[in-house]
Design a binder for this molecule. Sequence first.
Ligand code: OFO
Length: 175
Amino acid sequence: MLSSKVTSALNKQIEMEAFSSQYYLSMASWAETQGLNGIAGFLYKHADEERMHMLKLIKFVNERGGHGIVPALKQPPATFKSVKAVFEEVLKHEVKVTTEINNLVEITLKEKDYTTHNFLQWYVSEQIEEEALSRQIVDKMKLIGEDKGGLYFFDRDLEGIAASGSAGAEGKPAK
Ligand code: OFO
């Protein structure tokens, strides 16, 4: 049985995962309007994964006698300055999510809720991978700079990753 403190902390995380999904969906839609179909596909996939993270939390809360609350939708930014700005935002957001997951883990320890603590380890590893991947992409964007040809090939790289069904944590941009 979840304590009310853990339930409300998990519900806050549900909201955060839902927002991550919305945010990446908005980035995907913007990228698509720029003709960057590979980047769009990658971000659509990432948005789906964040929704899966939200669902996993809702189900866990409900299984343990709590109530997973579906949050209201906040509107994310609709337009972005550049592809580089998009991925810098992704990285910033992932770092924020990692901090929240760590806070959540700390709450479960204080509440002596070892079952939830154990459940959250999946999110801890997921964040390590997602942060690493975002950082890798930001570094690539720095290398590309203003080079349109570089962006074209980068878009194709990400198209391959999205098509292979491994965007997000499991995906790695091609070398
Ligand atoms: Fe939910 O993993 Fe990223 O934020």
